[in-house]
Write a protein that binds this ligand. Structure first.
Ligand SMILES: Nc1ncnc2c1ncn2[C@@H]1O[C@H](COP(=O)(O)OP(=O)(O)OP(=O)(O)O)[C@@H](O)[C@H]1O
Ligand SMILES: [Mg+2]
Length: 329
C-alpha cells in the first residue's frame, strides 16, 4: 500500500476502446483493508476498471496507483501484489484442486507456496477434496477454489469481478461470508463489482455507483441510501395514460418514462397508490412495482432506470454458459 494508506488511488482514469469511452475520468480512493464495490448495470465499465487497475489493459488517460505502484510505469510490481477473480470460470476441470494450485504457483513462479495452499484449502473447507478433480466440485466449491487461486501469492488487493453472478441465493450468502472473512482474516483489500444491490449493500464499506463509464455517486451504503428519502412507483400502463395524467396525481413529485415503463417519484407509496388507482382505470394499469429507499432507488433517482434493467440478458447468458460448461462433461 501507499504511504497515504490507500490501496488504490486513481485520478481522471479513462479507458477508450476506439471511439467508445468505456471508463470516463474516474477518481477513486480505496483505503487499505477496506471492501470497495463498483455497482452498475451491464456495460457500465466495471470490468474495464478492473482490467486497467490490474495492468491487464493499458490506461488511455489519467493515472492509477495500485498497491503503491503506478500501473502504467510499474505494471509488474502491481501484478505481483494483486489477485484477480474473473467473472468467467478459470479452473482446469481435468486437474484436482491441489493441481490447480500447483499450476497457479507455476504460472506465478512461486517457489514456497505449499504451506499457503494448505492454509487456503483449510480456510475454504476444501482440504479433504484437494485430490478430487475440480470437475466434480459443486458451484460453490469451484468459486472458493477460484478465490484460493487468486490469494495464493499473498496479494494485498484482490479484485473480484461479479463474484456471485448466476449463483443460487444460499451459495451467494456463503460466498459473502467468505469474502468478508478474506478481507478481515487475511487483511486483503477487496474491490468487487456487482449488479446485485443487496450484495453491494451487505459487503462493501464504500460503493461507487457507475453508469456509462462515470461514477454517478460514491459513499457508504448508508450515506447513499440517505440521499433518497422518497419512494418510487414503477408502472406499465395502457397507451391512453399520459405524463400529464400521472403528474396530476396527488403525492407524485416527478414523472419519468423509460420505454413503456413510467417511474414516479412519490412522497410515500402507501399514500399515493390509492390516488393512482383513483386517477387511472384498472385496465389501464398493466404492472406496478414499489421501490422503497435502497441503493436501487439511488440509481433510479440519478439515472432514471433500474440497475437490473439495462441489458439483463447478459446475465442469463452467462449463467447459461456456466451450466453448459458444467454439463459438457
Ligand atoms: N475489448 C473491448 N473492445 C471494445 N469494447 C469493449 C471491450 N471491452 C469492453 N468494451 C465495451 O466497454 C464498455 C464497458 O464494458 P465492461 O465490460 O467494462 O462493462 P461491465 O460494467 O463490466 O458490464 P457487465 O456487467 O456486463 O460485465 C461496454 O460498452 C463494452 O461493450
Ligand atoms: Mg463486467
Amino acid at each position: 500500500m501507499s504511504a497515504n494508506g490507500l490501496a488504490i488511488s486513481a485520478h481522471g482514469l479513462t479507458k477508450n476502446y476506439g471511439k467508445l469511452v468505456a471508463v470516463d475520468h474516474v477518481d477513486m480512493a480505496v483505503p487499505a483493508g477496506s471492501v470497495f464495490g463498483l455497482l452498475g448495470p451491464n456495460g457500465a465499465g466495471k470490468t474495464t476498471i478492473i482490467k486497467v487497475l490490474t495492468g491487464l489493459s493499458p490506461i488511455t488517460d489519467g493515472n492509477a496507483i495500485v498497491a503503491g505502484y503506478d500501473v502504467t510505469r510499474d505494471p509488474m510490481h502491481v501484478k505481483q501484489r494483486v489477485g484477480w477473480v474473473a467473472a468467467e470460470v478459470i479452473l482446469d476441470d481435468d486437474l484436482s484442486g491441489w493441481e490447480n494450485l500447483w499450476l497457479q504457483a507455476r504460472l506465478q513462479r512461486l517457489s514456497d507456496w505449499k504451506g499457503r495452499a494448505e492454509q487456503l484449502l483449510k480456510y475454504f473447507d476444501l482440504i479433504d477434496r484437494r485430490k478430487d478433480k475440480v470437475a466434480a466440485y459443486s458451484t460453490g466449491m469451484r468459486k472458493k477454489m477460484e478465490i484460493a487461486l487468486a490469494l495464493l501469492h499473498q496479494p494485498e488487493i484482490i479484485f473480484m469481478d461479479e463474484p456471485t453472478i448466476g449463483l443460487d441465493p444460499n451459495v451467494r450468502r456463503m460466498l459473502w461470508e467468505l469474502i468478508t472473512g478474506v478481507n478481515q482474516q487475511f487483511g486483503v483489500t477487496v474491490l468487487l463489482t456487482s449488479h446485485y444491490i443487496e450484495e453491494a449493500d451487505a459487503l462493501c464499506d464504500r460503493v461507487a455507483i457507475i453508469d456509462l463509464g462515470k461514477f454517478v455517486a460514491i459513499g457508504t451504503p448508508t450515506e447513499l441510501k440517505a440521499r433518497v428519502k422518497e419512494d418510487f412507483i414503477e408502472l406499465d400502463t395502457a397507451e391512453s395514460v399520459t405524463a400529464e395524467t400521472l403528474a396530476a396525481v396527488p403525492g407524485v413529485s416527478n414523472v419519468r418514462s423509460q420505454g413503456r415503463t413510467w417511474i414516479l417519484r412519490v412522497s410515500s407509496a402507501e399514500e399515493v397508490l390509492p390516488n393512482l388507482f383513483h386517477a387511472l382505470r384498472t385496465d389501464e394499469i398493466h404492472r406496478i412495482n414499489v421501490e422503497k429507499p435502497s441503493l436501487e432507488s439511488v440509481f433510479i433517482d440519478i439515472t432514471g432506470k433500474r440497475i437490473d434493467q439495462a441489458g439483463s440478458d447478459v446475465q442469463d447468458y452467462r449463467k447459461f454458459y456456466m451450466n453448459v460448461r458444467r454439463a459438457r462433461r
